[in-house]
Design a protein around this ligand. Structure first.
Ligand code: GAP
Length: 500
């Protein structure tokens, strides 16, 4: 199962088959860029959010939570720069009506012995260099050109000179002449608030949760017991009209973010604070089961920084479709609070008692998508192996995030004494944790059904349990080891495995 495309397909199939993730509006043929989380998916997703909230809010003294509205006063987005800058460069193919992100459409002139014989274009992916090479060779062969093919220099479409736009072939038709020049496309979803449907009623679905935090800065400072440095955390939906949603839930149009705005004094060393947050986030990923070896850092080059950023480092993850952004950690300076102060006329500043001075704090922002953490966990956890001569799919999810923490089985369903004892343990465990009860099919098949959805422990009530009071067996999904424990020990054991 080395092929990464197969791995993604297997994961997507498992997600649908076992109720983790469904295409949105499935009965109407799906809706591109939107997904629904099923009974198991919502558990995994909630566990990720709960682990994040516990670790970054409850277990710290310097971060408080917030749950702001999704639709803010529309001026928020003018002040934040989103109306002007939250754009992607877009290119249309007039013939096929296909639409591409210009920075994901790559092209190169094909040169043979000093002469340009045409252009090739490819869409960005892991194999685009090889595809481009193949296309260039094919062009040379078709045009019967003699001489050596010069090395290709791929550039993205935003770098094309105006005179090149008509020479670059559309990826849809393979022919030049139909691509438009790139133009800016704002990714915010618009809506209308109230009964009027005109410009004065236009509002936006938030494209990030961050601005809800900035516009509540004064409310939190005035009502909380916060002391600088401190953070405000928020988890919630964000919406982006992505031109090219892709790679399952990796890039969708409706997703969830977990964001912290961590405010520091302007005199504080922001680089050290930024680095501290990068390391803290790496450690958190490891703690929930995303291995450090699959994570890397991408510091943004200064000339490519977002309009608000003094420095941004992305934490990258090795997804089956390539190394891609999992989280952004940005140093936003005082950009946002200054903008909202200036535009709203409300001072969003901090009074420093010791220095008897007022200033606008600076901010470090770790921002991560819940759906991307979900996918990173699934792709790490997914394995195929063999148990007792049978192929098995297993999700090696850590107990803290697994949808079910354990499954309880009576060895046989037609023995009332076994069933009664198993049901009693199930009811007892269910008061504390999400556990599953299953009495149908042979025990091997029951284990396998749980392995596939990531349940870390299988608890079996057998004849020794009821006849010799010998406890129950607890089978470990990953080591396949079985140990006997009393029911009291099981309760403590599971609590320790899940809550640490
Ligand atoms: N407030 C800063 C901000 O929103 P971002 O890099 O645009 O920064 C932060 O987004 C995180 O949100 C990303 O690292 C990613 O995990 C997630 N994210 C962004 N766009 C997404 C999309 N279309 N689908 C799923 N997750 C997305």
């Amino acid at each position: 199962m080395a092929d990464p495309t197969d791995k993604m397909e297997n994961i997507i199939n498992l997600c649908k088959r076992r109720g983790f993730v469904f295409p949105s509006s499935d009965i109407y043929g799906g809706f591109n860029g939107f997904f629904d989380y099923g009974p198991l998916g919502v558990e995994l997703k909630n566990n990720i959010k709960q682990a994040w909230w516990q670790d970054f809010v409850h277990r710290r003294d310097d971060i408080v939570g917030l749950d702001s509205s999704i639709i803010h006063h529309p001026t928020t987005w003018k002040a934040s720069g989103h109306i002007e800058n939250f754009t992607d460069p877009l290119v249309d193919c007039k013939e096929s009506k296909m639409r591409y992100r210009a920075d994901q459409l790559f092209f190169a002139p094909v040169r043979v012995a000093g002469e340009t014989i045409g252009y090739i274009s490819v869409l960005e992916d892991e194999t685009m260099s090889a595809k481009a090479e193949e296309m260039a060779n094919e062009m040379k062969r078709k045009l019967a050109k003699q001489g050596a093919l010069e090395p290709l220099t791929l550039k993205d479409y935003t770098e094309a000179k105006p005179e090149e736009h008509v020479l670059i072939p559309s990826p849809a038709t393979g022919k030049p002449g139909s691509l438009t020049p790139p133009r800016s496309f704002n990714m915010m979803f618009q809506t209308y608030v109230g009964a009027m449907q005109d410009a004065s009623a236009t509002a936006y679905l938030r494209p990030e949760t961050a601005q809800g935090i900035f516009i509540n800065f004064k409310n939190v400072v005035d009502t909380g017991r916060v002391k600088l440095p401190f953070g405000i955390a928020q988890i919630g939906k964000a919406f982006r009209n992505e031109i090219n949603p892709r790679n399952f839930i990796f890039r969708s149009r409706e997703f969830e973010q977990m964001e912290i705005e961590y405010f520091i004094a302007p005199s504080a060393d922001w680089q050290t604070a930024h680095q501290g947050w990068i390391e803290g986030c790496l450690a958190w990923f490891e703690s929930i089961g995303i291995p450090r070896a699959k994570l890397s850092l991408y510091p943004h080059p200064t000339e490519k920084l977002a309009h608000y950023s003094k420095g941004t480092t992305d934490i990258m993850f090795e997804f089956p479709f390539g190394v891609q952004e999992l989280q952004g950690v940005a140093a936003r300076g005082d950009f946002d609070l200054t903008q909202h102060s200036d535009v709203s006329g409300t001072k969003l500043d901090w009074f420093d008692e010791a220095a008897k001075a007022r200033f606008i704090p600076h901010v470090i922002e770790p921002s991560v998508g819940v759906d991307r953490v979900f996918l990173a966990l699934l792709t790490t956890a997914y394995h195929e192996d063999e148990v007792e001569g049978e192929k098995r799919i297993v999700l090696r999810l850590p107990a803290r995030v697994a949808p079910f923490k354990a499954a309880v089985f009576p060895l046989l369903k037609n023995k009332p004494a076994l069933v009664e004892r198993a049901e009693a343990l199930y009811r007892r465990l269910k008061k504390r944790l999400n556990v599953f009860y299953d009495e149908s099919g042979n025990i091997g098949r029951r284990y396998r059904r749980q392995d596939e959805i990531g349940t870390p422990f299988g608890i079996t009530i057998d004849f020794d349990t009821i006849e010799k009071d010998a406890g129950v067996t607890v089978r470990n999904r990953d080591t396949l080891e079985q140990v006997r424990m009393t029911e009291d020990e099981v309760v403590r054991f599971l609590d320790e495995q899940v809550n640490g």
